[in-house]
Write a protein that binds this ligand. Structure first.
Ligand code: PLP
Length: 366
C-alpha cells in the first residue's frame, strides 16, 4: 500500500512501533503469554483513562462497538436515556440507545458549538434518567464539550454518565474519575496511532453495580460484559470469542509509546501542532469553523472559503501530495474541511507539509 499522510478525522497513521508490534507472532488466545499481555493492557488503559476501580478493558471492534457496548450493557428496554447532541456522534449515541429499547430524550445544540451545561440543566430539571450521554470531542464539527460540568447534572437526574472519548483520548486531558464519568469508550485509530479495530472501554464501580443488577440480559451477545469478563478476568478464562490477538499487541505498543513520551507531553504536542496549524492556515486567509476556546486540538474544522471547490482541494492534496484530509459530514458537507493532527501526526513538520500543500492547492500567496 502507498504511504499516505492521514490528516483526516481518522484513521491517523500507524506508528512504526505499533506496526512492529502488529507483526509479532500470533499466539493462542488462551496462551499465558497473551493473557498476561491483555491483563497488563487493561491496567495501562485504566491509567490512560485516569480510571481507578470499576473495570477498564477493550472490546473487539471499532469505536462504534465501544458505543454499543457502553449503551447495551447499561440500558435495558424501557429505560430512560438522555443524550446531548451537537453533531453526528451524539446523534448516533441517541440512535444506539433507541435500538437498545430505551425511551430517548435529546437536547440539541448548533453544530460547531460545545454542549452548554446550563441548557442541559434546564432540560434535565425535575426528570430522572438511567443514563445521560455526551460526546467529549465531536469529530464531525471539531468542538470540545465541558463534560466535567455535565457529570454532576447527570448525577442529580439519578443517571449514570456516559462519555464518548473516541477522538479525545490520548490527545487531550480525559479523566474518568476526576470528572465524575461512569462509562466511557474510545477507539484506537485516532490519537493512539493504531489501526481501527479495538475500543477501550471503562465502567466505574457505580456502573458495574447497575450492570450486575440488570433484570434482562444484555441485548448484544458479542458485547455482553458479563460474558466478556469471564474471559478477560478471573481464573477460568472461559472462551467467548477469539480475541483479536495482534490488534491487542498493537494497542499495547501504542499505549506504551504514549507513556514513554509522557501523557502531558503528548497532550502538549497536540496543542502545539493545533496552534501552529491555526497560524499557518490563518496566513493563507483560512478561518477556523469553531470559536477559539472550544476548538479541539486534534480535529481542526476549517471553513471552506467562498468560491473554492472543497472536493477539488481534497482530491489534489491526495493525488499530488499524498495527503488525506476529511470533508464535512451531514449538514457540514461542502462547508468545512476536517483536518486531523492525531497521534504521531501532531507535529510541526506535518503542519508545515500540509500548509505548504494547501497553499499550492489554493494558489494563495502567504
Ligand atoms: N465517536 C466519535 C466521536 C467518532 O469520531 C467516531 C469515529 O469517527 C466514532 C464514535 C465511531 O468510531 P468508529 O468509526 O471507529 O466506529
Amino acid at each position: 500500500m502507498e504511504e499516505i499522510l492521514l490528516l483526516g478525522p481518522g484513521p491517523s497513521n500507524t506508528s512504526q512501533r505499533v506496526l512492529n508490534a502488529l507483526a509479532e507472532s500470533t499466539v493462542g488466545h488462551l496462551d499465558p503469554l497473551f493473557l498476561d499481555l491483555a491483563d497488563d493492557l487493561q491496567k495501562k488503559l485504566a491509567r490512560l483513562m485516569k480510571a481507578d476501580g470499576g473495570m477498564t478493558m477493550f472490546v473487539s471492534g471499532t469505536g462504534s462497538a465501544g458505543m454499543e457496548a457502553a449503551v447495551l450493557n447499561t440500558v435495558e428496554p424501557g429505560d430512560r436515556v438522555f443524550v446531548c447532541v451537537n453533531g453526528v456522534f451524539g446523534g448516533r449515541m441517541a440512535e444506539v440507545s433507541r435500538r437498545a429499547g430505551a425511551e430517548v430524550e435529546t437536547v440539541e445544540f448548533p453544530w460547531g458549538e460545545p454542549i452548554d451545561p446550563q441548557k442541559v440543566k434546564e432540560a434535565l430539571a425535575g426528570k430522572s434518567f438511567k443514563l445521560v450521554g455526551a460526546v467529549h470531542a465531536e469529530t464531525s464539527t471539531g468542538a470540545v464539550s465541558p463534560v466535567h460540568e455535565i457529570a454532576p447534572l447527570a448525577r442529580e437526574a439519578g443517571a449514570l454518565f456516559l462519555v464518548d472519548c473516541v477522538t479525545s483520548l490520548g490527545g487531550m486531558p480525559f479523566e474518568r474519575d476526576e470528572w465524575g464519568i461512569d462509562v466511557a469508550y474510545s477507539g484506537t485509530q485516532k490519537c493512539l496511532s493504531c489501526p481501527p479495530g479495538l475500543a477501550p472501554l471503562t465502567f466505574s464501580e457505580r456502573a458495574l453495580e447497575v450492570i450486575r443488577n440488570r433484570e434482562t440480559p444484555c441485548r448484544s451477545w458479542y458485547l455482553d460484559l458479563a460474558l466478556l469478563l469471564q474471559y478477560y478476568t478471573g481464573q477460568k478464562r472461559v472462551y467467548h470469542h477469539t480475541a483479536p490477538i495482534n490488534m491487542i499487541y498493537g494497542l499495547n505498543a501504542a499505549v506504551d509509546a504514549i507513556f514513554d513520551e509522557g501523557l502531558e507531553k503528548v497532550h502538549a504536542r497536540h496543542r502545539a501542532a493545533h496552534e501552529a496549524l491555526v497560524e499557518r492556515l490563518g496566513a493563507l486567509g483560512l478561518e477556523m469553523f469553531v470559536t477559539e476556546g472550544s476548538r479541539l486540538p486534534m480535529l481542526n474544522a476549517v471553513t471552506v472559503p467562498e468560491g473554492v471547490d472543497e472536493a477539488e482541494v481534497r482530491m489534489r492534496l491526495r493525488k499530488e501530495f499524498k495527503i488525506e484530509i476529511g470533508a464535512g459530514l451531514g449538514p457540514m458537507a461542502g462547508k468545512i474541511w476536517r483536518i486531523g493532527l492525531m497521534g504521531t501526526n501532531a507535529r510541526a513538520e506535518v503542519v508545515d507539509q500540509l500548509a505548504n500543500a494547501m497553499e499550492t492547492c489554493l494558489a494563495v500567496k502567504s
